[in-house]
Design a protein around this ligand. Sequence first.
Ligand SMILES: Cc1cc2nc3c(=O)[nH]c(=O)nc-3n(C[C@H](O)[C@H](O)[C@H](O)COP(=O)(O)OP(=O)(O)OC[C@H]3O[C@@H](n4cnc5c(N)ncnc54)[C@H](O)[C@@H]3O)c2cc1C
Length: 488
Amino acid sequence: MSNIAEAATASHADHSDPLLEALGRIVGAAHVVAGIDAPEALTDYRRRYVGRARAVVRPASTAEVAEVVRELAAWGIPVVPQGGHTSLVGGATPDDSGEAVVISLKRLDRVRAVDLDNDTITVEAGLALRKVQDAARDAGRLFPLSLGSEDSSTIGGNLATNAGGVQVLRYGNTRDLTLGLEVVTPEGEIWNGLRGLRKDNSGYDLRDLYIGSEGTLGIITAATLRLFPQPVAQRTAFIKLATIENVLALLNRAREGFGAALTAFELITGPAYALVEHQLPDERLPFAAEPKAERSYVLLEVSDGESEQHAQEALERVVGSAIENGIAIDAVIADSLAQSQALWRLRQVNLAQSQLRDGRVIPHDISVPISQIPQLLRTTEAALQQRFPGVRVFAHGHVGDGNLHYHVARPLAQDESHVAEHENDIRALVHRQVTALGGSISAEHGVGRSKRDDLPHYKTPLELALMQRIKHALDPHGIMNPGKLLQG
Ligand SMILES: Cc1cc2nc3c(=O)[nH]c(=O)nc-3n(C[C@H](O)[C@H](O)[C@H](O)COP(=O)(O)OP(=O)(O)OC[C@H]3O[C@@H](n4cnc5c(N)ncnc54)[C@H](O)[C@@H]3O)c2cc1C
């Protein structure tokens, strides 16, 4: 991802700019880079936004973050907090005014404490999610947050976006995994809320306010997170089903059959699966793709506290009975780590790769009550085909959480300008369907820049007014990540 360090050594603080000089005195000149010298920090992951910044600054401690923010507040300079810069909604990319300073949290990367009796770990915000998982494992515990971007996204970014991922079904999203936060306010004060408490009803929950606030209320510098026992065994199965209704029937069976051992239940719809086969012919898939668009595939994982054999038997029993009862058509159960990793690769890597090769898609990160998923898929496809004949829908996602990544691609006979031309109308159509079913237009990626202007259509005026009041109360000068999440 962004290699600000290289840029830093290539071009240290520009001493002709008094702001950069002042920042250099706080963090060291090597850790202040003129914006123009840090292009990776200015372009979002999907390469949709290219911003400008006066500087990118890399503090190494909470005290330095606070001092930098105080300095910027005194100058009235907007601040863009940045972690791994993997936001899929342009949340950590500065606008093109060139006024903002990007604060990269990546040098705050220490594990501060592990408390095994309390089952918690306290880490700094810039630590990559993978390293948080590793530190938990080294202590004999599990930190279960797991995303496709876990090598490069940071725990601070995960908290600021309330990230979800593949194990929400069992362990909840980032909010559910967090007991305490340390935050630098827009005035440069340090709030130490690193309490590892599971019960604390002593007033408004500031922690919950900052989680999911997308850098618009303050900078998260550290967190105290919940740990869990390591599962003794994990087993993965890949299951083919005739229809999306069968997927829900299988989900019910799996919940009953596995209870808390069910840790992932991921859907890949037929067209998304067929595209992997078409675009990535060298990948070995568990089943040959079929032309029927109704076909659905589920990646299911159980994490067992007893033994490998117990996990295997439970999986064979539940999946076997689903096939016997006509819920599922066929299934493969991975019998080695390599096979399990190959199935996860299909879900986490190949789907995205195949769509990238196919061309531009219009992504939607949506959620509805799980029971509404079949209707959402059917009514949205029908409405899209009526209005934009021939568009192709590649949907997959965390169906056990009611969350789908619903990607719309050009008709085969058209070139990419088709989706560019109709993007706003397609997005509005999909979001209307989602809202009509009581859903959300942002299930886990956040609002950032790309959904900011959609939000007023899907929140009530009162919800928006309350959010604006909170923003104004905590960030009265509006310097924190302006232009993200909320309009003006
Ligand atoms: C391949 C891939 C797979 C993904 N899969 C998932 C998934 O399964 N589930 C999911 O939820 N997301 C997913 N994402 C989206 C993304 O990885 C998450 O939103 C992640 O939590 C962002 O972390 P980051 O460190 O990269 O944050 P950034 O992109 O740097 O920032 C994201 C937002 O948080 C703010 N921010 C960052 N750090 C801080 C901080 N310390 N304090 C305050 N604000 C801060 C930024 O200003 C911005 O608004 C995926 C992305 C990719 C590229």
